[in-house]
Write a protein that binds this ligand. Structure first.
Ligand code: GLU
Length: 317
């Protein structure tokens, strides 16, 4: 069962003054939705429903090489089938505006928003061009396997001309970020030591996840970020970027547990984990699938059918 301990209270106290506070469901359409996404959706809609929040739907298709419109369409169908409807930018709004036509919550349509944010940081001397490839960095910086290498600041020191590469990094001065995750408690992160200057646009001109997510979380006025604990290590650098961009109050964070395979590996599209649509095509009902996901995520002790509207009750006292 969910042990809310004090976080439900913290959430209520911190957000009491803000009626209709906002959180978001922000999937990347790089494959079909699987059980891991469903568990994230249950946390997002569950916590929002239990504590008076609103859900923003955002399509995180910043990576043009991996995202596909057919995955976005499938994702919208799956959400509708499951019964999760966003309060802001609902499914129908994405269907009404095709990619490229300027939907306010589809990342591939936000080039101007990211340009403006980059320009602001550039004006303040915080941005530099970088010609290092990922491979250069991995080779140059000693790091344990599976760990991210810290960018050593090579191009910060060399003053690469802007014309040499599309890639841009933002300087992260040494700073410590402390935040109280609603589930995981106090966290202390030092982004400049952990990842070094953060890449905001890559050498192909694509905006990075770290930058797009911070700019959009500000644009969408989000109060609470609810996501899997695999993203916990990104939080410090996102807080630092948000501070540089002038965000006055940081969001609250809730990093939930991830579903794993028996051997401990993460569910993922790359592992060919069963897509929800395959289960649907095999005749499974949405209510049965929601029950199954709730049990696997530790939100229910034994399986029962569950509708999207029942999910908030799993999170209230
Ligand atoms: N788009 C990211 C994903 O699908 C989630 C981003 C976030 O929650 O910050 O994993």
């Amino acid at each position: 069962m969910v042990r809310r301990s004090s976080w439900g209270e913290t959430l209520s106290q911190r957000l009491a003054a803000r009626a209709g506070w906002r959180t978001r469901f922000a999937p990347a359409p790089t494959g079909y939705m699987h059980l891991g996404h469903l568990v994230n959706a249950m946390h997002v809609w569950g916590v929002a429903g239990a504590f008076g929040g609103q859900v923003v739907l955002r399509i995180e298709d910043h990576d043009r090489t991996r995202c596909r419109p057919e995955y976005e369409a499938a994702l919208l169908d799956d959400l509708e089938w499951l019964g999760f409807e966003a309060d802001i930018h609902p499914v129908a709004s994405f269907r009404a505006v095709s990619p490229g036509q300027g939907h306010p919550a589809r990342q591939s349509d936000q080039g101007a928003r990211y340009e403006t944010a980059l320009h602001e940081l550039t004006e303040r001397g915080l941005v530099y061009a970088c010609r290092c490839t990922r491979r250069d960095i991995a080779q140059r910086v000693p790091h344990a396997s599976g760990e991210e290498p810290r960018y050593p600041g090579t191009c910060r020191l060399q003053q690469v001309s802007d014309a040499e590469s599309w890639a841009r990094r933002v300087r992260l001065e040494p700073e410590t970020f402390v935040f109280d995750d609603l589930r995981m408690g106090r966290q202390v992160q030092h982004p400049s030591r952990q990842c070094g200057d953060v890449l905001v646009r890559d050498r192909h001109g694509q905006w990075t996840y770290q930058f797009a997510v911070v700019v959009d979380d500000m644009a969408h006025e989000l109060d609470v970020v609810i996501r899997g604990e695999d993203l916990l290590s990104s939080t410090g650098r996102q807080l630092q970027l948000a501070t540089l961009l002038g965000r006055p109050t940081p969001p609250l964070f809730l990093h939930h547990t991830l579903l794993v395979h028996a051997d401990g590996s993460k569910l993922s599209k790359a592992n060919h984990d069963t897509a929800l649509r395959e289960l649907r095509q095999a005749g499974m009902s949405a209510a049965s699938l929601l029950g199954e996901a709730a049990v696997r995520a530790g939100l229910l002790p034994v399986h029962r059918t569950l509708h999207a509207g029942d999910v908030p009750a799993l999170f209230s006292v």
